[in-house]
Design a protein around this ligand. Sequence first.
Ligand SMILES: [Zn+2]
Length: 337
Amino acid sequence: MQYITQQFEKLVNIDSPSGFTDNVARYTMQQFIDMGYKSSLTTKGCVVVDLGGEGNPIVLSAHIDTLGAMVAEIKGNGGLRLTRIGGLQPQNIEAENCTVYTREGNCYTGCMQLCNASTHVNADYAKSSREFTNMEVLLDEVVSSRLDVEKLGIAVGDYVCFCPRTVITPSGYIKSRFIDDKMSVAILLGFAKYIADNNIVPSRRIYAYITVYEEVGHGCASFPFDAREILCVDMGCVGDGLTCDERKVSICAKDSTGPYNYEMTTRLINCAKQHNLAYAVDVYPYYGSDASAALSAGADIKSALIGTGVYASHGYERTHIQGITNTFELLKHFLLP
Ligand SMILES: [Zn+2]
């Protein structure tokens, strides 16, 4: 668990909205290579890893891309209007620090604010809806015009990445942006480390597939494997009407794209039951996964989805070390019986 949380902290501090994942993908690939695995990048930028074993292959997927934003307009006052990458909510990034990456390789910091954000000045502060059209990034530079900003090398199309603000509490809670889905990537690294450290030869072939476009819907749409099963490790939903919490592993029976494979999901539920893991089976109302993308693209596979319970998803998220442990244990018992 220590290794997993350490890797999570490293991963979450490498900015990687969908389409801007090269650094984090190369870092992740290197971690697998350092453990002795064969690992490579696909053309699209996903990380493929062979975790060993022979026959009846299965793919374990998790996505390394996150929500983020892009400069859509440099305004006359020197503020930046943003467009979202993935399902980023403007309310969730108000007053959050961010970094702008220019195409020349420079970085500038700033903060996302409501336009006219002083409550002593703006009578409509509380009433204003929070939209990308009435919010702006205030650069931490002396700029007051579009020209000033352009002189810094900042341009439309530059990526804007938000601070993860990771906190791990003594009680075991992990609060951070982008637990979805960097925690699952950290869990897969931990799983690979468990196999390597204990010299385990899996009884079936296992691939890890770290995808880079999940948040925009086509993470697993290319599926370069001979496998017939995919197990997505992604965040488990926590909220009204659902039974999961941050200390459980969530098993998704159905999301908004449809049901997961009945037989494979039943096997996961039975495995969790048999090993007395704290788990929940839930239906996610507004959710799609890498498996949905693979199936939509025509892959002839069985799919299932598990993950640690994550509250306040796509915002300032929260999970617990027990949820991570239960997810890891389910992976271990399901794949290395
Ligand atoms: Zn996710």
